[in-house]
Design a protein around this ligand. Structure first.
Ligand SMILES: C[S@@+](CC[C@H](N)C(=O)[O-])C[C@H]1O[C@@H](n2cnc3c(N)ncnc32)[C@H](O)[C@@H]1O
Length: 454
């Protein structure tokens, strides 16, 4: 894509605002677009795509042009060294002296670059992955898969529609849509169509949600009429998916410490048609309100605050906004939240710990440490749970670990734990009625779908 002079200047302006990394890149961009009414929809798309490509490739661009080179030279490095645009195309944007530099950069041999540069990651992330025993090959594969654009996944709201119906409707409008391979409710859209004002979105028939995130709702194993807590509900991405599986029955508590995020859940809840969700602001994971619910939950999801390194495709600035210090702090919090949330789970109930991180430190190690001090919980093999749901997904261990390169999703992790039934043999992998899958929870007809059976 060739930038117009207006777009080129706006990219530089956006970078000035983003690069101090004091606020998320998408927030800075939205603010800039709001304040700059001259930019049309096409300009905004071109600017956003360029800025995000630049942030995704910043380790490479800094190596090529220099740490302090600034936006103009990094853009030149993006277009020449990374995207390898031909000289004719570059000549439409750059002056002669810049073209001489571009020619040189186009011929660069990436093999001479350090691993962190080749993997498009920062050094501290590479060091953390190496300390966890990941090979150079793995680091390159993970890093580079996180440096690409992400597709747009949506989740059909099974309270209001069926995936196939929605898929047909979108295809009829010529959206490039296809069913996701793993989630029974997912649809993947190529390109980034803006669906925020689409009538089917406004009617609550779908939500934007990565397929990996949709799978977490399945792992909770929730059923109609149950008591469930989404401990770190935020704006409710997973709450909405879980509530739909429960068919708006039972009770679903949505806890969070952020009033703003819970407020953002409200309009989504209204669209969704769910009436079983109870948002609850808590002061911390030790809030007194939680105690009253101890031992009462059939399922608890802990979608823990994390570094977000599994979402670098969408949030490439996180590799600069996180640090070993912030990961250490998050790690303390993750352990504390998991321990507190576990108290809510009843005997035989399920506890799902999830993050969108790629670091074992925030994932498996948190769960291992928890199990070492909570002998009343045991790990369930996620492969068994997925097989029962007829979801064929290649996994190497007992926990869910999704990556863009293997699964086309964000980097998601989840471990499923079960509280042992008191005085009884450990409960089977899924305590629900034999043979019933989460997909079976889809109502038979769309007329049934709106009914609240509570
Ligand atoms: C990964 S986000 C959750 C995203 C959300 N589940 C979704 O699907 O949209 C983690 C959430 O944990 C919340 N959080 C942070 N500390 C917490 C605590 N001590 N107890 C409960 N929630 C907390 C954050 O406010 C944030 O909304």
């Amino acid at each position: 894509m060739i930038l117009t002079p207006i777009q080129y200047d706006a990219v530089l302006e956006a970078l000035d605002q983003i690069l101090p990394f004091s606020a998320p890149a998408d927030v800075c961009m939205s603010r800039m677009f709001r304040e700059n009414k001259r930019l049309g929809a096409r300009d905004r798309t071109a600017i956003a795509e360029t800025v995000f490509a630049l942030l995704r490739n910043l380790p490479k661009l800094k190596w090529v042009a220099g740490d302090d080179a600034g936006g103009r030279l990094w853009l030149l490095a993006l277009h020449s060294a990374v995207e390898k645009r031909n000289m004719k195309e570059l000549a439409t944007t750059y002056r002669e002296n810049q073209l001489d530099i571009a020619q040189k950069w186009k011929a660069l041999d990436w093999n001479t670059a350090p691993l962190a540069v080749r993997a498009n990651l920062t050094e501290w992330i590479v060091e953390a992955l190496q300390a966890e025993g990941r090979s150079e090959e793995e680091i390159l594969a993970v890093g580079n898969s996180l440096a690409h654009n992400a597709a747009l996944d949506i989740r059909a709201n099974i309270l209001k529609t069926k995936r196939d119906t929605l898929l047909e409707q979108l295809k009829a409008e010529e959206f490039p849509a296809e069913a996701t391979p793993y989630s029974p409710w997912g649809i993947r859209l190529v390109g980034k169509p803006n669906l925020a004002r689409h009538p089917l979105f406004l009617a609550g028939n779908f939500e934007v949600q990565d397929e990996g995130s949709q799978l977490l709702a399945i792992l909770t194993g929730v059923k109609r009429g149950q008591m469930v807590t989404d401990f770190c509900a935020g704006a409710g991405g997973k709450t909405l998916a879980i509530g739909a599986v429960m068919q708006s029955t039972g009770r679903l508590y949505a806890f969070d410490i952020s009033e703003k995020r819970l407020a953002n859940l409200k309009p989504r809840l209204a669209r969704s048609g769910l009436s079983n969700v109870q948002p609850q602001l808590i002061a911390s994971e030790h809030d007194q309100k939680i105690k009253r619910l101890a031992g009462k939950m059939d399922a608890v999801l802990v979608d823990a605050p994390c570094s977000g390194l599994g979402t670098l495709r969408r949030n490439p600035d996180l590799k600069y906004r996180q640090s070993p210090k912030s990961v250490n702090e998050l790690n303390q919090l993750q352990q504390s939240i998991l321990a507190s949330a576990s108290r809510l789970v009843k005997a035989g109930g399920r506890l799902v710990y999830a993050t969108c991180s790629i670091l074992d430190r925030e994932n498996k190690e948190v769960v291992d440490a928890f199990l070492a001090t909570h002998p009343d919980f045991e790990r369930i093999d996620v492969r068994d749970l997925l097989a029962k749901e007829k979801i064929e997904l290649a996994l190497t261990g007992t926990d869910l670990q999704l990556t863009p390169m293997q699964h086309g999703t964000d980097g998601f992790y989840a471990a499923v734990l079960q509280r042992k039934a008191a005085g009884a043999k450990p409960a089977p992998a899924d305590a629900a009625e034999e043979g019933e899958t989460v997909a079976d929870a889809v109502p038979a007809t769309e007329a049934d779908a709106g009914a609240d059976a509570e």
